[in-house]
Design a protein. Sequence first.
Length: 367
Amino acid sequence: MTEDKNVETPVSDAPAPVDESARMAEVFDKGTEAAAHEDGLPAVVEAEEEEVPAVADEPAAEEEPAPGVVPDPEAEPEVPAVLTDEEQDAADAKELGFKNQRASNEFKAMRKELRDLRPLREAVEKYEKPAEHWNTLEGFLKEKEITPDQFRSAVLMVASINSQDLPALRQTRDSLMAEVANLNARLGESGHGYDPLAAQGNHDLAQAVENGEITPERAAELARARHEANHYRGIQERQVQQTQQTQAQQQAEAVARSELDTIGEEYRAMDARFDEKIAVLTPILRSVLPDLPPAKWAAKFKEAYRNVALPAAAAPVAPARTPLRNQPLRASALPPAGAASVVSSPDDIMAEALKAAAAMDGVPYRA
């Protein structure tokens, strides 16, 4: 079955729907145009706002030369001026906005002081690490009771071992062998130049070996056992002795401090400036007394107290006398009977002055 292409689509006679809002807007626009035409004015049409595309931030363009000026391609770029330290300080002070000249001057003085200290600070930083390393080494040497001579000998021995000098190597070997013999003696063991049976206290063992009573090996074992027992016994005795010495020192210091306290109380009661003198003597005594036996502390304190010098005390200021004004003359203020009369007139004042001058010159006064 074929489809008829000429078939017409039926058209409906019903009116199309009308958009009332669009129709009202069209009528309003036509009315506005007609009113403007009647008044002789152009119709005003609101322009739609156009969206301005966002422009990305662009780097500032280089300043172009002024018209008529041709840039020199061989000219060197302008280098900003280098300020001196004083000029930089002044610029910084101005930027900080100090309110008065005194604060600005103090700021610049502080900056100058910091610059002056810069070489010292750099020197300290330069030697700080080596000093730290030396302090670590010094602490190790003290802890292990290594004397400066022992440290020097050990360093020179290692330096000789690392060298290629045959005589020095031979001398180092002999020194090491001597140290090995010394170590064997401290251990009580035979070998490398040390015979424990020849040591003091082991002659009986040597005699037993000679008589065939014990073997040399057994005698060496007995000698080592004796040595170790004597060694640990000596350590214990030294520890006990050191403890006793420490306790005796502490007891003597306690007695000396008690004696100083008693002397201080006596001096305080007798001397009004005791506290001032003690303030002067304290740092001196702290550096002197530890080097003296505690039994001499009191005598040293008395000697130092006698010799301490303080500035003279200021004399007390007498209270100012209030002048008497408009006070009635009392009987106690009148001259006693037989005394010179009160001068009241200019003639009397002149006569008294001439009389006093004549008396000073040793001549009689004539009125």
